[in-house]
Design a protein. Structure first.
Length: 135
């Protein structure tokens, strides 16, 4: 039987003195997932204002955005390869809107984590051109 600490999850600050217990709890929750006993998840995010943590999280955020871009680019390539059908206009428009969401997300991560976003702008622009060619 599942127990929800808070509907939809939540964030808690855990003092560094309890970090070993926190990692033990994360391992226990992970073991439950691997045994298919639970859909619970416990993620540990380090304190943002520490240099190494900030750099790590910025890298993770950057990689996540690049992954989203690559997924959409693969989708565009698949649509181009399908001779008998073109992507529906509404679908392409949704992907174009998603590009702007990713651009805003990158800007936010840049402000919070000093995430480099130079390469992201080019990738997002390339994706936009590819999508617009489908309209």
């Amino acid at each position: 039987q599942r127990v929800s600490l808070r509907d939809g999850g939540g964030f808690w600050y855990v003092p560094t003195g309890f970090v070993e217990r926190l990692y033990a709890l994360q391992a226990m929750v992970g073991a439950l997932q691997s045994d298919n006993q639970s859909q619970a998840e416990l993620s540990i995010l380090p304190q943002l204002d520490i240099g190494d943590n900030k750099t790590f999280l910025a890298g993770q955020a950057h990689d996540s955005i690049v992954s989203s871009i690559n997924k959409m680019m693969s989708e565009v390539e698949r649509w181009k390869d399908e001779d008998d059908t073109k992507a529906r206009t509404s679908t392409v428009e949704k992907r174009l809107a998603r590009i702007e969401e990713l651009r805003l997300t990158a800007g936010t991560y840049n402000e919070i984590l000093d995430m480099a976003q130079d390469s992201l702008g080019g990738l997002l622009n390339d994706l936009r051109v590819e999508l617009e060619s489908l309209l």
